[in-house]
Design a protein around this ligand. Structure first.
Ligand SMILES: [Zn+2]
Ligand SMILES: [Zn+2]
Length: 249
């Protein structure tokens, strides 16, 4: 009876932060700390827990990047690739949002300064017009930055959907037939979303190529004509799973 001891030695049997019980994957239900190898983040490589996120479904407690909650089978390389792609789109969207906010702030300030100058001086009408036009430039910049941010958010969403779809098909392949309730428990999502994922998995299984998916790829990856051609190309679903075409612009 030494085998259980040896197995437990690899990992603490209670949470070292709060002494709560750990589940089979090494996750503390009480404080959310993670100790098991399944909790290694594919993005930052830290063993860290996941927490719900309004935009990413689940995010890494260490790096804040998108994660898929660990299950009994490790996430595939394709899933990790989509998560990495989602992570870079997440960072780009945040950068453009920050830029838009900064431009908006400086635009407001420059407009204010221009109006104050108009109050205390009386410039020629043309100078007035030119000054007003110049102070509107940051607002235009802000508008374009926001549009770029939105485009990166859409790419983020598309990459996330692909990663979760692959995760759902991995679990369905592993367990055979799976109910929405079972999938929602394993992936820690609500049953409505689990049902949608299962529906997409079965669509992917029976239709080559899945019409809904390729339409989404076309909408979100308008980067170049080669991407569109690749998306329109009737590729078998298996090839799509093993070799994801991710655009990271
Ligand atoms: Zn704990
Ligand atoms: Zn991480």
């Amino acid at each position: 009876m030494t085998l259980p001891d040896a197995a437990l030695a690899a990992r603490p049997d209670v949470c070292s932060a709060c002494s709560g019980p750990l589940d089979s994957l090494g996750h503390c239900a009480k404080c959310g700390a993670a100790f098991g190898e399944p909790y290694r983040c594919p993005l930052c490589r830290a063993v860290a827990g996941v927490e719900p996120s309004p935009t990413l479904y689940y995010r890494c407690r260490s790096c804040g990047g998108p994660r898929i909650p660990p299950t009994e089978s490790p996430i595939s390389e394709a899933e990790a690739a989509y998560l990495r792609s989602a992570r870079s789109e997440q960072l780009r969207a945040a950068a453009f949002r920050g830029g838009a906010g900064f431009a908006l702030g400086s635009g407001g300030l420059s407009l204010l300064v221009t109006l104050v100058v108009f109050l205390v001086t009386s410039p020629a009408p043309f100078a007035k017009f030119a000054a007003l036009l110049a102070s509107l430039v940051p607002f235009a910049l802000s508008f374009f930055a926001l549009r770029r941010a939105r485009s990166h958010s859409r790419k983020l969403e598309a990459a996330l959907q692909q990663a979760w779809l692959l995760a759902a098909s991995r679990l369905v392949a592993l367990r055979g037939e799976m109910s929405a309730q079972a999938l929602s428990q394993v992936l820690r999502i609500d049953e409505t979303r689990a049902e949608l994922l299962l529906a997409e998995v079965s669509v992917q299984d029976f239709v080559h190529p899945p019409a809904e998916m390729s339409a989404r790829v076309r909408v979100t990856e308008l980067a170049g004509p080669s991407d569109e051609a690749a998306a329109a190309e009737p590729a078998p679903a298996a090839a799509v799973v093993s070799k994801p075409t991710i655009s990271s612009h």
